[in-house]
Every structure is written in structure tokens, then in C-alpha cells.
Design a protein around this ligand. Structure first.
Ligand code: HEC
Ligand code: HEC
Length: 216
């Protein structure tokens, strides 16, 4: 094809595909605002309540996999002592409101958002604990999949883990180490996380939780 034709062709293609992408994001936002997601995960997925995970700026493929698994009842977890139900139960209960198409769009929307800053904790994490967490993360080999400081996952379907709530991070790691959370690609974690002691998990969670992805 002659260069001029080629670029006209590319421009025409961009015109037909770009609005569809923007529409998906707008539709995904509608899902997020109307299907109760916001009540638990906060404005723009960046201000979750309690110990719930931040979703803004997470990898789209990871989000979609988890959403499908949660809808199908495949993501199991530990029980929240506050109400004696699994932490994930509140989500399971509303998943009848969304279909697979909604999930695709909401994942696209959430992945398009800038990550939020970590929620300040009072009192702040003990600096010695934070330092021990960084050491454990580096020596256990977490970096090979989650990247430097947990903010550069090495595959599109691996999660960002920097800046999430410390309690959530510790829970997720413990659930995978103890093979309670076995859905999705959690198997990839098993070999590494089984080497982490409870103290390592607490320290890694404290360290990761105060890394600010919004600053970049
Ligand atoms: C009642 C509160 C509640 C509602 C409503 C809710 N969620 Fe959640 N969500 C949670 C909790 C709690 C978890 C973590 C569960 C766990 O610890 O295993 C979670 C986990 C997730 C995850 C996995 C995150 C990760 O890092 O693995 C995604 C994605 C998600 N929610 C998206 C949504 C979307 C989209 C909606 C609306 C359709 C929604 N949630 C509605 C409470 C809620
Ligand atoms: C071989 C690759 C690999 C290694 C090494 C690895 N992870 Fe993971 N990790 C993953 C994948 C893939 C997932 C998503 C699992 C799923 O699909 O449910 C994950 C999930 C997580 C989650 C949960 C994220 C969320 O939003 O719920 C945390 C926390 C985590 N990893 C921390 C660690 C830590 C800490 C280490 C080192 C001790 C580690 N990982 C080592 C691949 C890896």
C-alpha cells in the first residue's frame, strides 16, 4: 500500500475503534456507579472502605479474571469475624446484578483510572517493620513477577500489589500460602509464598501498603 493510503487507512481504523473503546469505559463507569461497587470500593475505585482492595489502575486482565471467578463462586477466602461471612461474600451477593459484558466493561473502566494514594494509617507502620518487609520481598523473589516495589507486574495478567490496604495484602498472601485462595492464577504464587512466615507476610504487607503509585 502507498504510504499516504496506508496512513489514511490507519486514521479511518482509529476513528472506528477509538469511540468503541471510550464507550466501553463510559459504560463501565455506569456499571461501577449503579451496581453498588462504589459503596465498597470508593470513588473511582481509589478509596475503598475498611480493608477492601483498591481497584483503580489495576491490570484489566487480572480484574476481569477475579470478577469472573467471584461471580462463579471460585474465589474463596477467609471469614470476616465482624459478620461471620467470607470477606468476599458482599461481592458474591451483588454479582447477580452484572453480566459478563458488564464485567468486561467495568474492568476496562477500573484499569483506565489513576491509582489512588495509600490511605494514611494512624499510628504509622513501624519503620523497622517496613524495612523488614522490603528485605523479605526482595529476598523471597516476589520481584520476578510483581516487579520493583510491587508496581511493575511482569505480565499483563499479574496484579499490581503496591499501595493496597495492608490488612487486605496480608490476607491475600496468607490465603494463597494456606491454599484457601486457589482461583485464577494463584498457583503461580504457591512456590514462593510457602516460604513466607507470618512475620514476613505482616512486614511485606506493611511495606507494600505505603508505596504510592499515584505519585508517578
Ligand atoms: C459489599 C462490599 C462490596 C461490593 C458491593 C463490591 N465489592 Fe468488590 N470486593 C469486596 C471485598 C471485601 C473484596 C475482597 C475479597 C477478599 O478479601 O477476598 C473485593 C474484591 C474485588 C475484586 C478483586 C480485587 C483484587 O485485587 O483481587 C474486584 C475486581 C472487585 N472487588 C470489583 C468489584 C466490582 C466491579 C463491584 C461491583 C459490580 C464490586 N466489587 C462490589 C467488597 C465489595
Ligand atoms: C511466579 C510469579 C509470582 C511470584 C514469584 C509471586 N507472585 Fe504474587 N501473584 C502472582 C499472580 C499471578 C497473582 C494473581 C493470582 C490470582 O490470579 O488470583 C498474584 C497475587 C498476589 C497478591 C494478591 C493481589 C490481590 O490484589 O489480591 C499478593 C498480595 C501477592 N501476589 C504478593 C506476592 C508476594 C509478597 C510474593 C513474594 C513472597 C509474590 N506475590 C510472589 C504471581 C506471583
Amino acid at each position: 500500500m502507498r504510504p499516504i493510503l496506508k496512513s489514511l487507512f490507519a486514521a479511518a481504523l482509529a476513528l472506528t475503534t477509538l469511540p468503541a473503546f471510550a464507550d466501553d469505559i463510559a459504560d463501565g463507569k455506569k456499571v461501577y456507579m449503579t451496581k453498588s461497587c462504589m459503596a465498597c470500593h470508593g470513588m473511582k475505585g481509589a478509596k475503598p472502605v475498611l480493608s477492601y482492595p483498591m481497584l483503580a489502575g489495576q491490570n484489566e486482565k487480572y480484574l476481569l479474571q477475579q470478577l469472573k471467578d467471584i461471580k462463579a463462586g471460585k474465589r474463596l477466602g477467609t471469614v470476616d469475624p465482624a459478620n461471620n461471612a467470607p470477606y468476599v461474600q458482599g461481592m458474591v451477593d451483588i454479582m447477580h446484578l452484572v453480566d459478563e459484558n458488564d464485567l468486561k466493561k467495568v474492568a476496562k473502566y477500573l484499569a483506565s483510572l489513576p491509582p489512588g494514594a495509600p490511605k494514611p494509617v494512624d499510628p504509622p507502620h513501624d519503620p523497622a517493620l517496613v524495612e523488614a518487609g522490603e528485605k523479605a520481598f526482595n529476598s523471597l523473589g516476589c520481584k520476578s513477577c510483581h516487579g520493583v516495589e510491587g508496581k511493575k507486574p511482569t505480565a499483563k495478567n499479574y496484579p499490581f500489589i503496591a499501595g493496597l490496604n495492608a490488612e487486605y495484602l496480608a490476607r491475600a498472601m496468607t490465603e494463597m500460602r494456606d491454599k484457601v485462595r486457589v482461583n485464577g492464577q494463584s498457583k503461580l504464587m504457591f512456590g514462593t509464598i510457602k516460604k513466607a512466615k507470618d512475620e514476613d507476610i505482616t512486614a511485606i504487607a506493611a511495606w507494600l501498603s505505603q508505596i504510592d503509585r499515584s505519585a508517578e
